[in-house]
Ligand binder design. Structure first.
Ligand code: MBD
Ligand code: FE
Length: 310
């Protein structure tokens, strides 16, 4: 039995009533979007003959998703966040912006408010015996290739359990552990002294992993480090690099990997003299090229709910 009711007057009237289209009140943009999404949902129910049981399973799923606080995690896992990047890449191309360090998704685990230091910051505050020392450094340049002074490079990453401070279920990381911010000087250089991260995995009992299980997908990311790079004269860059050699590099559940964002990992000695916990350490050079403002404006500022810590 596959009835079709979507195109009936009754259903079209119901859609219009639900969105209050006949009123001039309310938020016009919001109404436009809800009308489209609700209509597409109604149509899908008709086309696929989605049963009441399936609809209520979906409604209950949304409740669990919210209870677990995982809506933004699911957005990453379903490729919605990557899709926004693809659109921003295309928008840049259309106006002739290229040559900057590629963007890739922010993800749901940024925390605002890390202390800003000049040039270099040691960001491993809590001990992590299984993690070896890692130095991340590079130069921020503008589209002209010249170093950018006064840029703020923020980074955040996981510990050797794949957990981020502020979101760590074990409660064993202090605020801003493995999170930092550095302001560049005239040479445009930044450096973070930290510990090698391990890839993230979705909470196994959470709503996101529950959905991924039905798709026969894993919820894991390769080891990676996130960045925001801001400068008054340039557009904000949101990006990450992956740790070279991670087996999941091309199998990221959030689709954030890009060819240009896998810098070499170099093994170095001399860590003892730098105060690192072992003399051998890993070194990653990650240089960043920023892009110009568009008609004097930064069109890369994305507003989303983010955690903050004082
Ligand atoms: C992460 O660390 C992350 O970067 C994303 C996108 C999703 C979940 C965890
Ligand atoms: Fe991450």
């Amino acid at each position: 039995m596959s009835v079709k009711v979507f195109d009936t007057q009754e259903v079209q009237d119901l859609l219009k009533a639900a969105v209050n289209v006949d009123s001039k009140d309310g938020n016009a943009r919001f109404k436009q979007i809800i009308q489209r999404l609700l209509g597409d949902l109604f149509k899908a129910i008709d086309d696929l003959d989605i049963t009441p049981d399936e609809v209520w399973a979906g409604v209950n799923y949304l409740n669990k998703l919210g209870q677990d606080g995982e809506a933004a995690l699911l957005a990453a896992g379903l490729g919605l966040e990557k899709y926004l990047d693809i659109r921003m890449d295309a928008a840049d191309k259309a106006i002739g912006i290229d040559g900057g360090t590629p963007r890739t998704i922010e993800g749901p685990l940024y925390v605002a408010g890390a202390p800003i230091r000049d040039g270099v910051s040691k960001i491993d505050v809590d001990p992590d015996p299984r993690a070896g020392p890692l130095i991340i450094h590079g130069t921020v340049t503008g589209p002209d290739g010249k170093p950018v002074a006064g840029a703020v490079v923020e980074c955040w990453h996981a510990n050797s359990n794949g957990f981020y401070s502020h979101f760590d279920p074990t409660g064993t990381q202090g605020e801003f552990n493995l999170r930092g911010a550095v302001r560049t000087g005239a040479d445009g250089k930044y450096e973070f002294r930290t510990l090698m991260p391990v890839g993230y995995g979705c909470p196994p009992q959470g709503a996101t992993q529950q959905l991924l299980n039905e798709l026969a997908r894993h919820g894991d990311r390769p080891a990676h480090v996130h960045f925001f790079v801001t400068s008054a004269q340039h557009r904000k860059l949101t990006t990450q690099f992956n740790i070279e050699g991670d087996p999941l590099i091309w199998d990221d559940f959030a689709y954030a990997t890009r060819e240009e964002l896998i810098p070499p990992v170099v093994e170095k000695t001399g860590g003892a003299a730098l105060g690192l916990k072992t003399d051998t350490y890993k070194d990653i050079e990650f240089n960043v090229t920023l892009t110009p403002l568009v008609q004097g404006k930064d069109n890369q500022i994305v507003h989303r709910l983010r955690a903050a810590s004082a």
